[in-house]
Design a protein around this ligand. Structure first.
Ligand code: ASP
Length: 320
């Protein structure tokens, strides 16, 4: 049967591939971010968009694209993931990451790892090379090492800026709950590839001053990271405890799948529920039809998007 004019128009509009990334949400306002920081953060987001777009434009998988984009951000000290991760109360860096494949809902994640250079690569190895979904601590690093993933000293992740944030938190004698500057620098990426499959990845150092082995939402499948070809791919950033309680990324996908909501509507509803619980942060999304969306209930979110249709944007603040 010939396609209707409307269906033809829709398929002509549908991008062949999409990529959306974030570098954290929080009190990100004009005047608070120095021009120098703005430049560095924009360069990092652009490099991540370039890395992911290259994979997708070349016909690569959404899984490879989200990993490529996140690894760029893990290496960039401007973001709270990999190098540049926030410090724990004990002055170390403990990293969480997850990745998920929308084709079959295969997933892998790591929590509290300390020596694997690219935590998202460790998550991918858990997904593909182990019978498990989630590994933690020294065992997860050992697994990553056995898989041949690059290992570094824990000090490789440390930066003077993050050390200062920990010192400031301790000097203020604040309990180590949330980031002193209320800025969550977690990174994430979601993508749709030319075969119409979606994937999501998230990577973070968690919260400044975290202790007692605290784990956030990023490595918890369905909280900070989720991908399902029947709905969409989502990566979150924000006060992880609230995202875990709400089951944010799965909840968004469920609304899309069962209620047929747009990604934007589903994300806004679920983020309003997070806010009602007292949580702040944001999410990025893309769906198998090439829809792209984001929303945040903080003043800003470092974010960017690109697509085969020529979308290309890097933004920091609200209303951009
Ligand atoms: N969601 C992360 C966590 O709670 C923090 C962040 O987004 O920066 O660990």
């Amino acid at each position: 049967m010939p396609l209707s004019a409307q269906a033809q128009a829709q398929s002509a509009q549908k991008p062949k591939w999409t990529l959306v990334i974030h570098g954290g949400a929080g009190i990100i306002e004009k005047g608070r971010v120095t021009p120098e920081q703005e430049k560095g953060i924009a360069a990092g987001l652009n490099a991540a968009l370039d890395a992911g777009s290259k994979v997708l434009a070349g016909g690569g998988s959404s899984l490879d694209a989200v990993q490529a984009a996140v690894q760029v951000l893990e290496d960039d000290p401007h973001f709270n993931a990999g190098r540049g991760a926030v410090f724990t109360w004990d002055g170390r860096n403990e990293l969480d990451a997850a990745i998920m494949d929308g084709r079959n809902r295969a997933a892998g994640s790591v929590a509290g790892i300390t020596t694997t250079r690219h935590p998202v690569a460790a998550a991918r190895a858990v997904m593909e090379k182990s019978p498990h979904v989630m590994l933690s601590g020294a065992g997860a690093d050992q697994f990553a090492r056995e898989q041949g993933l690059e290992q570094v000293e824990n000090s490789w992740f440390a930066t003077p800026e993050r050390r200062k944030q920990l010192d400031k938190m301790k000097a203020n004698d604040k309990l180590g709950w949330f980031d002193v500057d209320l800025k969550y620098g977690t990174v994430g990426a979601v993508a749709m590839d030319q075969d119409g499959h979606v994937a999501a990845a998230t990577s973070t150092g968690g919260l400044t001053g975290k202790r007692w082995g605290r784990i956030g939402d990023a490595p918890i499948i369905g909280a900070g990271t989720y991908a399902d070809d029947r709905a969409c791919a989502v990566s979150a950033t924000g006060a992880g405890e609230f995202f875990i309680r709400e089951g944010v990324t799965h909840e968004i996908c469920a609304r899309v799948r069962f209620r047929g909501e747009t990604l934007q509507a589903a994300a806004e509803t679920v983020m309003a529920e997070v806010k009602a619980l007292g949580g702040t942060g944001g999410v990025i999304l893309t769906g198998p039809n090439g829809e792209m969306a984001w929303t945040f209930n903080t003043p800003g979110m470092y974010r960017g998007k690109a697509s085969s249709s020529g979308d290309r944007l890097v933004a920091f603040y609200g209303e951009e």
